[in-house]
Design a protein around this ligand. Structure first.
Ligand SMILES: [Zn+2]
Length: 310
């Protein structure tokens, strides 16, 4: 019997992007002061550690620290975040002070983007680190109540901050971004931001605005950045993007016009590429040295899915 879900890919496209390997069981309905206290006394608990925007990784690519090790590095129990459980053991995250000295012979301080690109930790840890980093970043920037200005306190394992003065509860944010590959027959539209590595072209992208659908954001951002009008929009995959707390929503978009009017403030270049050129960019064999984004990025999956659909 035909299923409503026939026709979907065998592997969910969102499972193929960087930061998608998080296996933590969040048990979000059970987060409370008691579960956090129990987690802190559980000898099997392990902690992911951050210093500012950097992640601490032990030699050999192990990012998990015991509670004692975390304490030794200055992590505070007061501000610890309970990400969830892995194999029934608590997984926590904490930030150590910027001033804490770290023995760099034993522990590497690195950023998540570099970790992802290098494949230096397992996909499972990479996904959990993305969860921890987005959360830690939010706490670092939301110490005071947006309603009354009083200092707030961490609650339910880091998934809320409470204001003792006015009672407002604040929740961590996730910022949706649309990222789209506009295509017209055998051609795809790609652009370059000035900070991209030399020769790299990628999909256009931008933040969703309040009151906007995903499809409307895809049409507006493509028009604003390139002058190209978009018709039909098809969702492809999503990706947690912890810089600091985005959700990339990847779409394919049907271009209805071809003339490019580039937004010069956003893009250094924007042009149409043939399918053969895009194949060569993915393979690293483009005659002019142009490249596609790395497989960590959802843009790579959007481009690859279009190339493979031919
Ligand atoms: Zn308040």
């Amino acid at each position: 019997m035909a299923s409503f879900f026939d026709g979907l890919p065998a592997v969910e496209p969102s499972a193929l992007v960087g930061f998608a390997g998080n296996r933590i069981d969040r048990r979000s309905e059970h987060r409370s002061a008691e579960t956090v206290a129990a987690a802190l006394t559980d000898g099997r608990a392990r902690v992911y550690l951050f210093r500012g925007d950097l992640v601490l990784v032990k030699a050999g690519g192990d990012p998990l620290f015991t509670g004692a090790e975390a304490n030794g590095l200055g992590a505070s129990c007061e501000d610890v975040m309970l990400l969830g459980w892995a194999d029934d053991a608590p997984r926590l995250a904490a930030t150590i002070p910027e001033t804490t000295a770290v023995d760099e012979a034993e522990i590497t301080l690195t950023n998540l983007r570099a970790l992802a690109t290098a494949g230096a930790v397992s996909p499972e840890h990479l996904g959990a680190l993305a969860q921890g980093r987005s959360l830690a970043n939010w706490h670092g920037r939301h110490r005071f109540c947006a309603n009354c200005g009083a200092a707030t306190t961490i609650a339910i394992g880091g998934y809320r901050r409470d204001c003792p003065a006015c009672g407002t509860q604040h929740f961590p944010r996730t910022d949706p971004v649309v990222i789209m590959l506009a295509t017209n027959g055998e051609r795809a539209l790609l652009g370059r931001q000035p900070q991209f590595p030399p020769g790299m072209y990628s999909c256009l992208a931008g933040f969703l605005e309040p009151g906007e659908t995903i499809e409307a954001a895809v049409r507006r951002e493509t028009l604003e950045e390139s002058g190209v009008r978009i018709g039909r929009v098809r969702y492809h995959a999503s990706q947690p993007w912890p810089f600091p707390a985005s959700l990339m929503i990847g779409c394919h978009a049907e271009a209805l016009s071809a003339d490019i009017r580039r937004d010069e403030a956003e893009l250094e270049d924007c042009r149409w590429f043939s399918r053969d050129e895009v194949k060569a960019m993915l393979a690293g064999t483009h005659a002019e040295g142009f490249t596609a984004p790395s497989p960590v990025a959802i843009a790579n999956r959007l481009v690859r899915a279009w190339v493979e659909a031919s």
